[in-house]
Write a protein of this length. Structure first.
Length: 203
DNA sequence: TTGTCGATGTTCT
DNA sequence: GAACATCGACAAC
């Protein structure tokens, strides 16, 4: 399967966020492939976006990776408990990113079930299966993504994104989630998801 | 089914 | 000391 190259990420987050839908996020751990289809994303447009960590050109140790160039992972801890996984976009010095909000499990589902609930895939209840990866904190737990992967090169061989199948779907755009502090920016339709996919976090 | 609420710890002021 | 790109428990209906 074809790996997304550096140039794919070297564009505005609004484009990358939409193009990432249907693509496959892969984490290789000890030779085991854990993979999932991306079904929901949010664009963070950097310096001009009041919801972005890099708003106004803010530059702190945490957000430094967003300034480093396209195709790297930006992973941060939120609410003291959950990690969020982002893809850095745009050229070096322009700090944009795309938050991956939800994915649909493909390979290594037993590993995901173990990480989230200490159960095998077969033992999951219906609601546990549905809730396995339908949120930014949940998918990080399921795919074993944490702060150690902050700055990881997505054009490498450990954590990467590849072309999905030919899948046919409709993209829905909606307001972003959990950014009530962002004044007018919270009204922007910068969240994108695959219509009718059951793993989308908020319809 | 909907809602409200608190956990938890890093980061920045 | 405050804020935070979330989640799950639990109550009320």
């Amino acid at each position: 399967m074809k790996l997304l190259d550096r140039e794919f990420y070297n564009r505005d987050s609004l484009l990358v966020a939409q193009d990432l839908l249907g693509k496959v996020l892969v984490h290789e751990i000890g030779g085991q492939r854990i993979s999932a289809k991306i079904v929901e994303t949010e664009a963070y447009m950097g310096v001009e976006d009041k919801a972005a960590h890099s708003y106004g050109g803010k530059r702190t140790p945490r957000v430094e990776v967003m300034y480093g160039g396209p195709g790297y992972a930006y992973v941060f801890l939120i609410y003291g408990m959950y990690n969020c996984f982002n893809v850095v976009t745009r050229e070096q010095g322009t700090p944009q990113a795309v938050l991956v909000r939800a994915v649909e499990p493909l390979e290594g589902v037993d590993v995901m079930a173990q990480s989230r609930f200490q159960l095998t895939c077969r033992q999951l209840s219906k609601s546990q299966t549905k809730g396995l990866t339908n949120g930014p904190g949940k998918l990080c737990k399921a795919l074993a993504i944490d702060k150690r992967l902050n700055g990881e090169d997505l054009c490498g061989s450990r954590l990467y994104i590849e072309e999905g199948g030919p899948g046919n779907f409709t993209i829905v755009s909606a307001k972003r989630v959990g950014i009530d502090y962002a004044e007018e920016a919270k009204e922007f339709y910068w969240r994108f998801y695959i219509k009718d996919n059951q793993y989308v976090s908020v319809k």
